[in-house]
Design a protein around this ligand. Structure first.
Ligand SMILES: Cc1cc2nc3c(=O)[nH]c(=O)nc-3n(C[C@H](O)[C@H](O)[C@H](O)COP(=O)(O)O)c2cc1C
Length: 171
């Protein structure tokens, strides 16, 4: 497991090659096995493959433009009425997607939507909701463009271990 964790980087360039449906399913299975508070599993996913819709999503924030180059974008939403811990639950889901992507030889990158604005100042969640027809009751945490990597940044290493970040028994 640590090998996958060390290898994981945020990937923003993708090969022009679709991700097989059975592979997407395994990534989603990994996502759906994430722990959630009170086991509420408040999240849902919108899979976006159509180029025209990916293009619109890539305008959701100032940091999303690369999304359109991925063959598929997984949008993570959550029903905030069903759990006050929807952000935590959905974030762990995102971490599972990051790691299973690496395990499958894929790359992804978290694109923040919650608490963001479009370049012209519209709330990014509202923008994504309107592009995808997501109900008002759903919050939109992030998007995860997914594809075969066309960039291969060095992975993490033992150097990521920061002794000064760790306090034992007392701060
Ligand atoms: C909550 C969160 C929001 C992020 N938002 C974006 C984003 O909007 N666009 C982007 O390109 N990367 C985004 N990232 C990816 C980070 O930039 C990236 O994880 C960080 O630079 C460390 O690099 P690494 O993932 O390759 O280790 C986000 C990551 C997290 C956890």
């Amino acid at each position: 497991m640590l090998d996958v964790i060390l290898k994981r980087r945020s990937i923003r360039q993708y090969e022009d090659k679709p991700v097989e449906p059975e592979v997407v399913r395994e990534v989603l299975l990994a996502a759906m096995c994430a722990p959630s508070a009170y086991h509420k599993n408040p999240w849902s996913f919108v899979l976006v493959e159509k180029e025209e819709i990916r293009e619109r999503l890539s305008r959701a924030t100032n940091f999303a433009s690369f999304s359109k180059k991925a063959p598929i974008i997984i949008v993570i939403t959550a029903d905030s009425q069903s759990s006050p811990h929807w952000i935590e639950d959905s974030s762990i889901v995102g971490a599972h997607i990051y790691l299973e992507a690496v395990n499958q030889g894929l790359g992804t990158c978290w694109v923040q939507v919650y608490n963001m604005e479009t370049p012209d100042g519209t709330n990014s969640e509202e923008y994504v909701r309107s592009v995808l027809g997501i109900p008002e009751t759903e919050r939109v945490l992030c998007m995860m463009p997914l594809g075969y990597p066309a960039e291969h940044p060095a992975g993490h290493s033992e150097a990521s271990f920061k002794k000064d970040k760790v306090h034992t028994d007392r701060w």
